[in-house]
Design a protein around this ligand. Structure first.
Ligand SMILES: Nc1ncnc2c1ncn2[C@@H]1O[C@H](COP(=O)(O)OP(=O)(O)OP(=O)(O)O)[C@@H](O)[C@H]1O
Length: 355
């Protein structure tokens, strides 16, 4: 499926702004972004329940809709799965799954059996929805959406109604089934973890626009801007000014290629890329090319978060706070002086943003 330059405004405000995307068979593309950025509107336009102001949607080289021509939703070969998926309460599991299918009763039953076996619910084929747990109902909804063999599946926050314990298992199972059926998937979510877990491709959306697109690893390690870094994790930000393609900081110099002299920059890095060293008689580790210069800070607070510990330092050089995470348990006492260094290859330098 190819989406070209979709635009949609409400009351003069563009909520979908020139969105283009390709979605391939057997791949999960995640539309990831904060609440209100236009993800659901994009999905509703693709589903055909909402009209765009401009732009086109193509499937398999055929035009599905532009501003004049429009294939109706039910003839687009698109399956839908939304957060508030509703099974028909008065129909059995088998009839729910077979609902959108053509053919004889036996054929519908056979397809329902095939899919229910795949989601491991064959034993519940004659049960009614209220007899199933939330997670089981979700799997029935997935089987129902996949039953007509849609070439494309649109999923809008499909797992957000489930409790955490169930969610990981159902996500993985859903992924396996979608791959098995070679479906092209567009999944909308506001949770970076979900996108990282599910996606072959992430399209990061902000204020109606796609600001970055790529494999999860690339989007995470080569973010387009400061907001893209902080969307995925906590960040630390150092302020500096460029001089001769270098930005001078208490952690030493950072390369700022392509940024004009005198530009204010943000040097952004994640807490897991801060290294902590103990104070040795008032000094820290010697400078290295990979870690730069050490800067002194005093522990303000340390908390154990389960897999890792988060330590906040009040830094000597500007009185600001920097965060560091350390795997396992590391809970130094407040007031203890330590030295921080930052992995150079994990820092991003961007022209400064306000705030
Ligand atoms: N029918 C409508 N009329 C007017 N404004 C709308 C309509 N539908 C959506 N909007 C507005 O468009 C913006 C984008 O909404 P949309 O639901 O696409 O965002 P989203 O990224 O999916 O957010 P969420 O994750 O919270 O659902 C919001 O500000 C919303 O208030």
């Amino acid at each position: 499926m190819e989406i070209r330059n979709l635009t949609r405004s409400y009351d003069g405000r563009r909520v979908v702004d020139d969105v283009s995307l390709s979605i391939l068979p057997g791949q999960v593309t995640c539309l990831l972004g904060p609440s209100g950025c236009g993800k659901s509107t994009t999905l509703r336009i693709i589903a055909g329940v909402e009209m765009q102001d401009s732009g086109e949607i193509w499937v398999d080289g055929k035009l599905v809709c532009d501003t004049v021509f429009r294939v109706p939703p039910e003839r687009r070969g698109i399956g839908l799965m939304f957060q508030d998926f509703a099974l028909f309460p008065h129909l059995s599991v088998a009839d729910n799954v077979g609902f959108g299918l053509k053919g004889s009763r036996e054929q519908k039953r056979a397809r329902a059996e095939e899919l229910l076996r795949k989601v491991d619910l064959l034993r519940h084929i004659d049960a009614f929805p209220h007899e199933l747990s939330g997670g089981e109902q979700q799997r029935v909804a997935l089987a129902r959406a996949l039953a007509p063999e849609p070439a494309i599946m649109l999923m809008d926050e499909p797992f957000s109604g489930l409790d955490n314990r169930l969610r990981d298992g159902i996500r993985d199972e859903t992924l396996r089934l979608l791959k098995d059926e070679n479906t092209a998937v567009l999944l909308v979510t506001h949770e970076p973890e979900e996108a990282m877990r599910m996606a072959d491709e992430i399209a990061l959306m902000r204020r109606g626009r796609i600001v970055q697109q790529g494999a999860p690893y690339n989007v995470y390690t080569r973010p387009a801007d400061r907001a893209a870094v902080s969307f995925f994790s906590d960040v630390n930000v150092l302020k500096a000014r460029v001089d001769g393609a270098l930005a001078e900081t208490a952690f030493g110099q950072f390369l700022a290629p392509g940024i004009a002299d005198h530009t204010e920059v943000d040097i952004v890095f994640r807490p897991q890329h801060v290294r902590i060293d103990f104070d040795r008689g008032g000094s820290g580790p010697l400078p290295t090319p990979s870690d730069g210069v050490a800067a002194r800070g005093v522990v303000e607070r340390a908390r154990f978060l389960g897999q890792e510990s988060l330590v906040e330092f009040r830094m000597d050089f500007d009185g600001g706070v920097l965060k560091a995470t350390v795997p396992g348990v590391f809970l130094p006492k407040a007031g203890k002086a330590m030295w921080l260094t930052v992995r150079r290859d994990r820092c991003f330098v961007f022209p400064a943003q306000a705030g």
